[in-house]
Design a protein around this ligand. Structure first.
Ligand code: RIB
Ligand code: CA
Length: 326
């Protein structure tokens, strides 16, 4: 039976210089028969929400998929945090390639869509979150019993035993809105956390990414245009030559092929008050610390190792080959 999912995402393919990776993850989901996508919800992160919404709508329309897209609101979950993350909603100067759509003020919005879909498909729904967790925290405010309806969240989030990628302590998706992440990890919904520990093990060759542009289909040209700056962004070309890290696509793959990774159970707490550590995912792996286990009941399974070749194969077949043959 297909796994029913909602994808919560901050897609930037279509905004010049934006991270195209979320859209690859969405394409991977679209081309995976193991999944049924009930909707896509967009959140402030890589780009402001109206851009993420426009980018998601463009992707769905160009690929002729009948998938509802709903947007969250600008801003973080906690207003005080919003002051400190203002730049996330101020990237208005970035050039928009595909049309910037108006957000329908009457639309139900991402949190309400998540709640209603979860209630309708109670016990038969998973979330895949590949951006900050603002919409999910707001959905929990609307229905505090949401954990009864959602089986699992597979999330690209955090850094368990390695450095962060925004600060030494924090990974972008959690750092962007730590209060929302804290609410979600404490919600009772089981989490499969896909942290930088495994994302940074992935290496996908740029020769394969460059094959997309060999297809003259306008959508492939659009994708290649989005990928080019990403390939050039790392000043260390030797690292780029070894292949690029895929974060969101790995999380997506682990939703339907969990055996590609190895996990350890942990209780994950989110640092929200640290001077240097805001957004840190503090993982207690249920191992005794000086004879004491602080949180014996885990809230997450944390991916710590991954079959990179197995993942690359799936990504190549379902995303690159799909685009090359479009
Ligand atoms: O830290 C990696 C995450 O932030 C991914 O979701 C990617 O989209 C990036 O912006
Ligand atoms: Ca993302």
């Amino acid at each position: 039976m297909n796994k029913k999912i909602i994808i919560d995402t901050d897609p930037a393919m279509g905004t010049k210089g934006g991270d195209p990776e979320d859209c690859f993850a969405i394409m991977l989901a679209m081309n995976s028969p193991e999944l049924e996508i009930l909707g896509i919800t967009t959140v402030q992160g890589n780009v402001p929400v109206e851009r993420g919404y426009s980018n998601a709508k463009y992707l769905v329309t160009e690929l002729n998929r009948d998938i509802p897209v709903h947007t969250g609101k600008p801003g973080t979950y906690d207003q005080d945090r919003n002051e400190r993350r203002k730049w996330l909603s101020q990237r208005q100067e970035m050039e928009q390639i595909n049309p910037l759509l108006d957000i329908d003020e009457d639309s139900k919005g991402a949190p309400k869509f998540i709640v209603e879909t979860a209630q309708e498909h109670s016990g038969d729904l998973e979330l895949v979150t590949i951006g900050p967790l603002t919409n999910i925290a707001q959905a929990l405010d609307i229905d505090p019993a949401l954990s009864k309806h959602i089986n699992k969240i597979t999330m690209m989030a955090g850094a368990a035993t390695v450095q962060g990628n925004v600060t030494p302590a924090a990974e972008f998706n959690v750092w962007a809105d730590p209060e929302s992440a804290s609410k979600v990890f404490n919600s009772g919904i089981p989490v499969r956390m896909v942290p930088l520990d495994v994302c940074h093990k992935t290496r996908f060759g740029r020769e394969d990414l460059n094959k997309i542009g060999t297809n003259d289909h306008p959508f492939c040209k659009f994708v290649q245009e989005a990928v080019d700056p990403w390939l050039k962004i790392n000043p260390n070309q030797a690292i780029v030559d070894q292949g690029l890290h895929l974060y969101d696509s790995l999380a997506m793959a682990l939703c339907f092929m969990p055996d590609l990774a190895e996990y350890k159970n942990a209780f994950v707490s989110i640092e929200t008050k640290g001077e240097y550590t805001d957004g840190e995912t503090v993982c207690e792996f249920n191992e005794s610390i000086m004879g004491q286990i602080f949180k014996p009941k885990p809230n997450s399974e944390v991916a710590l190792d991954v079959d990179v070749e197995g993942f690359n194969k799936i990504f190549k077949e379902r995303v690159i080959d799909f685009l090359v043959n479009l």
